[in-house]
Design a protein around this ligand. Structure first.
Ligand code: B12
Ligand code: SF4
Ligand code: SF4
Length: 328
């Protein structure tokens, strides 16, 4: 990781930052790609990407009018990934466990606040972006020199791969930091991600996904009974999110081999390990059936798993149980 006298390097490491970058550009370079993607139906059913907030993505000054620069951070969930690779019964996306089982929006807000408090410059104002704001975060990380857009559409960092969450501080001042060089494509002739995607959601030519085919959309963003995307039965038993197109990416091999930390889960969320990895799917399904939506969501509050609610979870589990029954 690069260093700067403005940022406390030890603190960044302690907070799980793999790398960081700096940019003064407020306009996304790949905006035409986003606009093209949302003009058709590729983004559906994610309607929120094409509503009144769509235009706000054109310029960071529309979300933070004082914008002068941004510090962009890559927060690791590599330890969770390493741990999950040994689990066979259910498969969840590694980011869900990567922040001690806490919802990353909450966990990273606290970490960004710690970073901003450590910067000793007078009159500095901060605006946090962590996933939910109308900001093209992969492009922001690209402008900060942190990686390239892979064919699986992930922002990939040459040294650290792609198992990280992007979170940024938008600032009202320019900092005495040199802007980094933009990265170039390192996918070359590889198409491993598109070949491995069980639902054929990836178009390696355009480097975009068809959102409705993606297991991540199906298991995280759809809250009601729904038909699974074709090919879902060929997945590895994904019940919440999907990492398949990252797991096969050669750029993730070395970073995972270097991981020395252990998976950490907050005491208050330790039940997640029991529910997801110790209980058989049928037991988890029966448990959820007996809960009301409200009490189920309340139990999962503070974790990423409460999002689809009772109906969404039963849909995720049922589809896989049914497809397992069809296995020879
Ligand atoms: C909507 C969304 C999704 C959707 C759609 C994903 C997609 N690929 O478009 C769904 C639900 C499927 C999804 C899934 C996942 N997501 Co998501 N998601 C988002 C969100 C909220 C918006 C992304 C978006 O606008 N997509 C539309 C596309 C067109 O834009 P884009 O993905 O930013 O891609 C840019 C470039 O690819 C470029 N581009 C497009 N085409 C081309 C072509 C060429 C040739 C080039 C050079 C560039 C280029 O332009 C785009 C706009 O800048 C962002 C957070 C945010 N605010 O940005 C997180 C985000 C992208 N997700 C993230 C994560 C972690 C995931 C999952 C790994 C979670 C999981 N394990 O289940 C999966 C990964 C699936 C995948 N392969 O992308 C991270 C990605 C981190 C990273 N290293 O890239 C983000 C950035 C959240 C964060 N703050 O960290 N996600
Ligand atoms: S996250 Fe899974 S379903 Fe979505 S594109 Fe990647 S491999 Fe395909
Ligand atoms: S698997 Fe290959 S093509 Fe896909 S993102 Fe990684 S390097 Fe690029």
């Amino acid at each position: 990781m690069k260093t700067s006298p403005i940022l406390n390097n030890e603190l960044l490491k302690e907070l799980g930052v793999l790398d960081w970058g700096y940019t003064e550009e407020s306009i996304p370079r790949s905006l035409p790609n986003f606009e093209k993607w949302t003009e058709g139906s590729q983004h559906l059913p994610l309607n929120y990407l094409n509503d009144y907030r769509k235009d706000l993505r054109r310029d960071l000054r529309l979300v933070f009018p004082e914008f002068q620069s941004a510090l962009v951070f890559l927060f690791s969930y590599q330890e969770a990934k390493k741990w999950l690779l040994d689990e066979k019964e259910h498969s969840v996306a590694a980011y869900t466990l990567g922040f001690e089982g806490e919802d990353y929006h909450r966990a990273l807000k606290k970490r960004l606040t710690k970073i901003s408090e450590s910067i000793e410059l007078s009159g500095l104002q901060f605006f946090h972006t962590i996933d939910a704001q109308p900001v093209l975060e992969r492009d922001l990380a690209y402008r900060a020199g942190l990686g390239w857009f892979g064919k699986n559409s992930m922002l990939i960092n040459q040294k650290e791969g792609s198992y990280f969450i992007i979170a940024s501080l938008l600032l009202n001042q320019k900092l005495p930091i040199k802007e980094s060089k933009l990265d170039v494509d390192h996918c070359g002739q590889c198409t491993a991600c598109a070949d491995a995607c069980p639902t054929v959601a990836i178009n390696p030519e355009t480097r975009t996904l068809e959102a409705s085919k993606c297991i991540s959309t199906f298991t995280i963003e759809i809250f009601k009974e729904a038909e699974a995307p074709e090919g879902f039965d060929k997945s590895r038993g994904e019940v919440f999110g999907c990492d398949i197109c990252q797991d096969v990416c050669p750029w993730n091999r070395k970073p995972l081999a270097r991981v020395i930390g252990q998976l950490k889960i907050k005491e208050s969320f330790s039940y997640l390990k029991t529910w997801l990895f110790e209980w058989p799917k049928e037991k988890l399904e029966a448990f959820i059936q007996n809960e009301s939506n409200r009490s189920f969501k309340k139990k999962l509050f503070g974790t990423p798993f409460d999002r689809p609610g009772k109906e969404g979870w039963l849909k995720n589990l049922k589809t896989k149980i049914n497809s397992n029954q069809n296995d020879p």
